[in-house]
Design a binder for this molecule. Structure first.
Ligand SMILES: O=C(O)c1ccccc1N[C@@H]1O[C@H](COP(=O)(O)O)[C@@H](O)[C@H]1O
Length: 243
């Protein structure tokens, strides 16, 4: 049964060993926020139930932070959603071995549809697909390459039993301009599966607006820049979406 409460997933994106935030996901736009472990532990201490943990180097193909990310994931008592560079059996096994609650596949869902259908069938709820979009065009490989139409891909993944989607509006990501509520409504109308919203959250009012979409299928929201920029605290955010 779906909860009425919007889940919050504070984000820790790791590039070159540091917790960073990007603007529009563009490589080179990083602001650094220090040690990923400290950031993750701070969100856990503040009451987070989930952590959205991303290996940005693996997503961009500029190396990886796998060992450090695995250490962070293993140190957490909360549930971890792990993403970035999970594109084959080896990277998926390594991700699942951290004990994370689910993995988020991006590029693989666009470039290796047969493999993704197989791992959805094998791992069910442990697999979510990240639908990272500009307009309605999906983007992969660190959001640098077009990967097809959002709604066609969504229909295909739905037919394969994908259990959850993490929807990022790249135009909003890291900008503190507010989430794309229209996009989220449209995706929720196109699938029965829960949707995690990502990109643009800037205020407690944005979170309250996302919480109004829970009955339509928005299950959670990833919050990044707004927390690091101290627009509000995680405690305030959790209070704002409590019902
Ligand atoms: O989260 C970001 O800011 C981001 C920016 C640029 C590329 C990817 C980003 N994040 C997440 O990475 C995974 C996709 O990785 P892959 O394509 O499977 O290797 C996805 O969760 C993105 O949202």
């Amino acid at each position: 049964m779906r909860s009425n409460r919007l889940e919050l997933l504070p984000a820790v994106d790791v590039r070159d060993g540091q917790a960073v935030r990007l603007v529009h996901g563009e490589s080179g736009s990083e602001t650094s926020y220090g040690d990923p472990m400290e950031a993750a532990l701070a969100w856990q201490r503040a009451g987070a139930e989930w952590l959205h943990l991303v290996d940005l180097d693996a997503a961009f193909g500029t190396g990886d932070n796998r060992e450090q990310i695995a250490e962070v994931a293993r140190a957490m008592d909360l549930r971890v959603e792990l993403s970035g560079g999970i594109r084959d059996d080896a990277s998926l096994s390594a991700a699942l071995a951290t004990g994370c609650a689910r993995v988020n596949l991006g590029t693989a869902a666009l470039e290796s549809p047969e493999w993704v259908a197989k791992v959805i069938a094998e791992h069910g709820d442990l697999i979510a697909v990240g639908l990272d979009v500009r307009g309605t065009t999906l983007r992969g490989r660190g959001w640098t390459r077009d990967g097809g139409d959002l709604y066609e891909t969504l229909a295909r993944l739905d037919s394969e039993g994908c259990s959850r989607y993490v929807v990022t509006d790249i135009a909003k990501d890291g900008t503190l301009q507010g989430p794309n509520l229209e996009l989220l409504r449209n995706v929720c109308a196109a699938t029965e599966k829960p949707v995690v919203a990502s990109g643009g959250v800037s205020s407690l009012d944005d979170l309250r607006a996302l919480a109004t979409l829970v009955p339509e299928g928005v299950e959670g929201a990833i919050v990044g820049k707004a927390l690091y920029a101290k627009a509000f605290t995680l405690e305030e955010a959790l209070e704002a979406v409590s019902v």
